[in-house]
Design a protein around this ligand. Sequence first.
Ligand code: NAP
Ligand code: GDP
Length: 347
Amino acid sequence: MSRSALITGITGQDGSYLAELLVSKSYEVHGLIRRASTFNTERIDHLYGDPHLSGVPIRLHYGDLSDGTGLRRVLELVKPDEVYNLGAQSHVRVSFDQPEYTADVVATGTLRLLEALRDYIATSGKQVRFYQAGSSEMFGAALPPQNEKTPFHPRSPYAVSKVAAHYFVQNYREAYGMFLCNGILFNHESPRRGETFVTRKITRALGRIKLGLQEKLYLGNLEAKRDWGFAGDYVQAMWLMLQQDQPDDYVVSTGESYSVRDFLESAFNYVDLKWQDYVEIDKRYFRPSEVDFLMGDSSKARQKLGWKPCVNFDSLLKMMVDHDLELAKREKTLINAGHKVICGGRW
Ligand code: NAP
Ligand code: GDP
């Protein structure tokens, strides 16, 4: 019998890579999807198909982390062996504009899912393993290198909410003996990264600038340093955490840190452009409180899980730029055919 997994946030960057990984391991993969007035399955369209047909690798179920009753129903329907809680309002800057909503989905949403899972385990007698998508943002102002023992100092409503979720998971593990793991993942990117996160915002704009479709790129703080890895590598770590004998918490990172300015410079150099000719600073992209320097120490994950990243900073950057040059070429074809394409201007 194949194992089944439920992924919240399956339509997001990580959800799509994780779904691919689990399908490749012959899991029956189920995903929670939010109702939207437009299609929101672009990242998983290659895995998803008409549910009336057999052989479709993933199944989607409407649900939302703000709706506990729905979460319970989905758990009862799917009967998962593993649950990956990746759903979140995941943008730090937006969390300053929508703090209550962010807390409701990220912190209370995790609690709702844990409560539903606790009851499901009690009634079904099934041992279900659970992964919580924690973030290096929880470390915030704590000095690098950050590891599992570093005290949290969150700097945004998003980070505070992730800290709450982290402690809910630890508390439920201690109180009820549930198999629950916190991943503390440092920033991870890919060609599927949301276009308002800084790396993708840069590579997306760069593709358009290179093809003459955009003149300027507006950014905020260029001095912040991040430990950027590849999302495809990081979902492996999520899965590995749930395959261990005991539940635990793990930092997942590359151990290398670069500034936004470094990323910008390397990306523009790669296509023979000077970023200074195109980039302007716009104060609205600054955060009310910033996280200056993240660099993870993932020794524990490397030793206990046997995990290590395969894609380094240069390869990640080139992968993203190459992808977005291709996208810009397609956009140019559309524009030449008379279509209107809107870009830029968001967080
Ligand atoms: P993402 O691309 O923004 O995807 C977020 C996912 O959550 C989407 O599928 C989204 O659905 C879903 N979602 C949003 N609000 C929801 C709600 N109320 N109920 C149910 N689902 C909801 O994020 P990601 O980069 O894949 O990250 C995955 C998880 O890891 C997130 O929890 C994030 O906070 C965390 N994390 C990410 C990083 C990183 O660098 N990427 C680092 C550390 C931790 P829609 O598609 O409908 O919007
Ligand atoms: P985060 O680490 O989860 O906040 O990921 P982001 O990719 O959103 O931001 C990484 C860093 O880039 C933060 O320190 C931001 O302040 C900085 N940054 C500079 N300009 C921008 C911008 O235009 N958009 C975003 N999203 N971040 C920016």
